[in-house]
Write a protein of this length. Structure first.
Length: 445
């Protein structure tokens, strides 16, 4: 990547940084509030709740004696509990030794082991809970496709006028009985790839037949932030009608051509609401997670397709929505761990690990696609932050939990000297990881 590519226009830079700060601030606030509220429930007094580091821009003291503040550097936050020497929750030894037994009980270091463990674990736990709630709320708002499959909102696709109508039930296509919602995408792959196909519908109680475009055309339903498609200016609702002057009618044809491109430049003919234009882009090599936990490397331009209509939806029950939220969060955790493992053993490119610049660019790209996309990104990033904090690295929550487990097993905490050494090593490891990720932002394609 050329350094000049990292310098967009001034307006775009503000937009990207603003989106990044908002996303990170929400995630950090939820994480630190988890530490704060569970610590309070466990009888541990919080002296400072800070969103950001550095010079304080705003602060107020609540009736419990906790100072709530917003600081100038919005790239993190902390809760300083009674008896802590600083934001890293290291013990202020002289102050701690001067406390009486009752006061010590309200410090992080003097509280029972169970209280300390719950307080430390609460930060990542709140990140996971926020992700689950967002994913569940999204599915409640958007709904799930009804079964049997019915036409909802029609999309702007060449050749699609009034052949299909909202409420139509899809009975068959080209004489083949249409399956339920979950199997329909696989069913489409068995159909002949033609500009128009015969549809058998149930409309207002009557069975009718009409001809309409191929059900899964090369339509841009959504774009991946930071992808070749987004960089080239493709938009949601675009329909790709030809690649390198070769006409295409299905998304599968587009996938096949891009996959076989070997990274060569492609010229796309694009149709959007009756207007046509030409877009030139170069596919990127990407590592994609597989259902079995592995990865496959493919050439991609970074778009997902969709049917010529949005399926009619129905609102799921709260239980089904919550189950979806848990499954989506677990999927992110599982694929993240698998990705890190495969990067470690060299099975996939280490460029998959991105740093603050990459995350900021993805934040801005997600925000540019709308509020729903940005909220979804916040949920994904919240899961990633929760998982990162559980890594057994001193200075992270996972490292503190390892110390507490050691204390539970041995009956005594690590010595202050050992803690200082381990915290220094942990900080060095974390800084090394950050520098490596930043170098990927600057030099990886």
């Amino acid at each position: 990547m050329e350094l000049t590519e990292l310098i967009p226009t001034f307006g775009n830079t503000i937009y990207t940084v603003g989106a990044f700060i908002i996303a990170l601030s929400v995630i950090v606030a939820v994480h630190e509030y988890g530490h704060y509220i569970v610590g309070r429930w466990c009888g541990i007094k919080a002296e400072v709740f800070s969103l950001g580091f550095g010079p304080v821009l705003w602060s107020r003291m609540d009736r419990r004696g906790t100072k709530w503040q917003v600081a100038a550097l919005p790239f993190g936050g902390y809760v300083k509990f009674l008896g802590d020497a600083g934001a890293a929750s290291d013990k202020a030894s002289d102050e701690f030794e001067a406390m009486d037994a009752e006061t010590r009980r309200h410090t992080m270091h003097g509280a029972p082991l169970w209280a300390r463990m719950l307080t430390v674990a609460a930060g990542p736990a709140f990140n996971f809970i926020m992700s689950i709630l967002i994913f569940s709320a999204v599915i409640l708002v958007t709904g799930v496709a009804s079964d049997p499959l019915r036409v909802g909102e029609l999309r702007q696709v060449p050749g699609l006028e009034d052949q299909l109508q909202p409420g139509d039930e899809i009975l068959a296509v080209e004489g083949q009985d249409a399956p339920g919602v979950e199997e329909f995408r696989t069913f489409v792959d068995t159909l002949p790839v033609e500009p128009e196909l015969a549809y058998t519908l149930r409309r207002d109680g009557d069975e009718v037949t009409t001809r309409a475009p191929y059900p899964f055309p090369p339509l841009v339903a959504s774009l991946t932030p930071g992808s070749a498609a987004m960089a080239a200016g493709l938009e949601q609702g675009d329909v790709i009608t030809a690649v390198n002057e070769e006409p295409i009618a299905s998304f599968e044809e587009l996938r096949r051509i891009v996959g076989a491109s070997d990274g060569a430049e492609l010229t796309l003919d694009v149709w959007h609401d009756g207007a046509t234009r030409e877009v030139v882009l170069t596919p990127k090599r990407m590592d994609l997670p597989l259902p079995d936990g592995g990865f496959e490397t493919r050439w991609l331009i970074g778009i997902t397709g969709g049917l010529i209509f949005a399926p009619e939806t129905e609102t799921p029950g709260l239980g089904a929505a919550a189950s979806y939220g848990v499954q989506q969060t677990w999927y992110i955790v599982r694929t993240s761990l698998s990705g890190l493992y495969n990067m470690t053993i060299g099975a996939i490119d280490s460029c998959n690990l991105r740093g603050p610049i990459g995350i900021a660019q993805t934040s801005g790209a997600a925000a540019s696609q709308g509020l729903d996309s940005f909220i979804w990104f916040i949920a994904v990033l919240s899961t990633a932050v929760g998982l990162l904090n559980l890594f057994p690295i001193p200075v992270l929550d996972g490292g503190h939990l390892v110390f507490h487990v050691y204390e539970a097993v041995t009956g005594r905490p690590p010595s202050d000297r050992a803690l200082r050494i381990l915290m220094t090593v942990g900080l060095a490891l974390l800084l090394t990881l950050m520098v490596f990720a930043l170098s990927n932002d600057l030099f990886c394609p």
